[in-house]
Design a protein around this ligand. Structure first.
Ligand code: ADP
Ligand code: MG
Length: 364
């Protein structure tokens, strides 16, 4: 796509910036910024409703006040951003196309976006896998994307972020076809790559934020949220990670959970990667390991309640929509709270490591 030098006038990003509370400094440090397929805008909204309802019913017993659980409208706001992008084309018969996995497990999270798109904005959504797009899709000479004879003006990716989503050339062709069309891609390929760990690490280098922002106070605020992030060509850091692997997380350029390396495996992997040399090291970044304070919580999974020491991760949803130089939306859109047993390194809910949770605001 860089060779084609195609201009994308409309950019749509539905993000989630994830944070953990560092117990040493008591500050929220960013885990990562997701720019593709951010999950749970649908389910987190109703889990918050569930918690509020329970507190309304049993709050006196628990000494809790439902008003202290902030409202969460992530799914409505994401649907609104998708609808606004759709509006930019002004083609009434066009649809939003959601790209999903063949055996989709997040369907009931995605459902809420489809529902609000239809009920609040009158927009129809179709669901397609990458291989279905390859079989049924074409781009007209004017750039219009047509899938199964329907005009598609917004492509919303809830798949396509893991190599497993591309088992054959067909899926890559589908991705290229959509990219070549004039439809809004949420995200486009370049916007997708901005969410990689490598870019996060490059943004944390001195003088890089200054290229994108002018306001010094804003730059300082952003930087306060950055944990230590290093490229593996920094030999000093690699050496100290081999000596103290527990203080670091080794991350490949992957999404979807389950790919990070922790503890003694960090040492082993770094020694192996150094031996391999060449590009092997540049496929990873090193990150300061964040240690949030653990607290006792009751977690419910599959209808069974467990008490355990837990840590939580806060995700802040955000939407961004721009047409040429005009920024149409740049806003926060609710939150995702995930809580997991403190002994687990990974954080995925669908992956089975964490449960959905809510925020409870206190005066302290
Ligand atoms: P992915 O793109 O696979 O979701 P993340 O960077 O979000 O990758 O890492 C997955 C999980 O690993 C996070 O949800 C978090 O629970 C844990 N994790 C990631 N980075 C750190 C870190 N620096 N310190 C402690 N835990 C981390
Ligand atoms: Mg993550």
């Amino acid at each position: 796509m860089m060779d084609a030098n195609k201009k994308e006038n409309i950019r749509l990003g539905l993000h989630r910036s994830d944070y953990m509370l560092d117990s040493e400094t008591n500050s929220l440090l960013q885990i990562e910024l997701n720019t593709i397929s951010v999950s749970f805008p649908g389910l987190c909204s109703i889990v918050t409703e569930l918690h509020r309802t329970l507190i309304n019913q049993y709050g006196n017993l628990l000494c809790l006040d439902a008003k202290r659980v902030p409202g969460n409208e992530a799914s409505r706001q994401f649907a609104k951003a998708l609808a606004k992008a759709w509006d930019e084309f002004n083609v009434d018969s066009a649809v939003v196309m959601m790209i999903v996995q063949p055996e989709e497990r997040n369907m009931y999270d995605q459902y809420w976006l489809v529902k609000y798109l239809r009920e609040s904005h009158g927009v129809t959504t179709i669901r397609k896998t990458l291989s279905e797009v390859e079989a049924e899709g074409r781009v007209l000479p004017d750039g219009t994307l047509v899938v199964n004879d329907r005009k598609v003006t917004v492509v919303y990716f809830r798949a396509g972020y893991t190599p497993n989503d591309y088992p054959s050339e067909a899926e890559w062709s589908a991705r290229l076809l959509m990219e070549q069309s004039s439809a809004v891609k949420c995200p486009s390929i370049s916007y997708h790559l901005v969410g990689t760990k490598k870019i996060q690490q490059e943004l944390a280098k001195p003088n890089v934020l200054e290229r994108f922002l002018e306001n010094k106070e804003e730059i300082a605020k952003l930087r306060q949220c950055f944990a230590g992030l290093w490229s593996l060509d920094d030999e000093e850091v690699v050496k100290s990670a081999i000596e103290n692997p527990d203080l670091f997380v080794l991350k490949p350029q992957r999404e979807g959970g389950g790919n990070n390396i922790y503890g003694l495996d960090v040492r082993e992997a770094l020694i192996r990667l150094k031996k391999e040399g060449g590009d092997a090291l540049s496929a990873y970044i090193l990150m300061q390991r964040i240690f949030p304070k653990a607290s006792l919580a009751s977690l419910v999974r599959g209808g069974v309640c467990h008490e355990a020491l837990t840590v939580s991760e806060l995700g802040i949803y955000g939407a961004y929509l721009r047409n040429k130089d005009k920024v149409i939306i740049n806003d926060k859109c609710g939150y995702l709270m995930r809580t997991k047993v403190s002994s687990s390194d990974e954080g995925g809910v669908a992956a089975g490591f964490a449960v959905l949770d809510s925020l409870y605001l206190t005066d302290k």
